[in-house]
Design a protein around this ligand. Structure first.
Ligand code: FES
Length: 177
């Protein structure tokens, strides 16, 4: 998939209008295929989706509903029923650190540890001022630019604890991005 990887290793993230340009949707599709598009695999598929995206945004739920030929209301209903699924990060901004194998090998743990220390929260939590939700995901489909981190809707590669710290500094101070 030749999504827009620019020279500074930025991958344009999915927009609401073109969500399927995101490699994670391809990976989700592979999972759906593995379950042979079976509707009774909905929970397993939503698990995978949450693993990939950090939370179940609307585009993801619609994508799953479409591929399983289920009414979106049914998928939404299941996603809201189970407490282990989150439909939205509660912070104003979202920082998703990929902890998949390639990113792990290239230092994702150090990035995560540094973030947890500077924001004073753990993964899956939101900062006290409500500005940042810190999430993890298992492979964003951008292993070539590992370690990768998603800042709101932008995937950046070759990240370091310092580059990530600088990026979120503004979010912590005043909520500007
Ligand atoms: S393991 Fe992080 S992008 Fe694939």
């Amino acid at each position: 998939m030749n999504s827009a990887v620019t020279t500074n290793n930025t991958v344009k993230a999915p927009s609401a209008t073109h969500p399927y340009g995101d490699k994670r949707f391809k990976m989700l599709e592979a999972t759906i295929k593995r379950y042979q598009y079976q509707q009774d695999a909905l929970i397993e598929i939503l698990h995978k989706a949450q693993e990939l995206f950090g939370y179940l945004e609307k585009d993801v739920l619609i994508y799953v509903a479409h591929h399983l030929k289920l009414p979106p209301s049914r998928v939404y209903g299941v996603a809201t029923f189970y407490h282990l699924f989150s439909l939205a990060p509660s912070g104003v901004h979202t920082c998703v650190v990929c902890t998949g194998t390639a990113c792990y090998v290239k230092g994702a743990q150090a990035i995560l540890a540094n973030l947890e220390k500077s924001i004073h929260i753990h993964a899956s939590e939101t900062s006290a001022n409500g500005q940042i939700s810190l999430l993890t995901a298992r492979c964003l489909g951008a292993c070539g630019i590992a370690p990768a981190v998603v800042f709101d809707s932008t995937v950046l590669g070759h990240q370091t604890p310092e580059s990530v710290g600088n990026r979120i500094k503004g979010w912590l101070q005043d909520g500007s991005s």
